[in-house]
Design a protein. Sequence first.
Length: 302
Amino acid sequence: MKLCYFDDNVNFGDALNATIFPTLLADFFDEDPSVSFFGIGSLFGLPLLENSSAVRKIIFSTGYGKYGVKPRLDSSYEIMCVRGPLTAEYLGLDKSMAVADGALLLSHFSFPSYKKTYAFSYMPHWESETRFDWAGLCEQAGYHYISPMWHKDRILEEILKSEVIITEAMHGAIVADTLRVPWIPVKGYKNISEFKWQDWTQSIQTTYNPVQMPPLYSEVREAEKIIQVKTKGMLGNMATQYLAKAFVSYQKNFKWKETLKQFADIKNTKPSLSQNGVVTSLADELRDRLEKVKSKYTTILS
């Protein structure tokens, strides 16, 4: 059986697959793609899952992100559970198939008791990190910065050392909630999928009410992309570059101060945390369904 997830970029949520499932399904995975296990990630509708030639596709806590092609579920799919009720509804599955994101299984892991070192930590979406100097802004705002592109073990440690996580990255919030660290969601860019967030928050019986942040750009290349979209590519390269540099300069000199003040105000936002027992119950249900996979496929693959 092959464990399948996006491993071609450094993304915290995707990287969790390599920690959770090989640990809880020890000596279970090899590189035989005929039977493939799809876990954490919004994989429905995307080529990794849709174009898989596996004879059997085991779906475990996978979600839909409301992008890509319309998912095609055929007889090769064996769905053990999906991320949340919105994914189940969209795919026409029974409500019982909606459990939670597989990252909740981290509650079955043991972690050191770290001292709370940071009052507030900020974690952007991995795509947002390439667009703006969020680390520099955090330094001025007095926030600890957590890069979503750091090694997953380092991120887990930094979350555990934080009193509150302010995050644009959904798995920053998922892991924080699982490890009982209060979290505040923020949204600065259109690519942040509210569907995905609501799918997960509904699964843990909370709501998604993000603090709206301005979409900031300190990288000229990223600004050029925005200008090309806005002008439908009608401007030449020189004009696009000139406008991009002017745009970045404007944001650095004016939007930076404005956002810095907003950052300070976020500290007054009431953080979210699911009720005691919710994560435990869902993680136990995920573990039970994982044991069913283990029981069935240990016999089949032996």
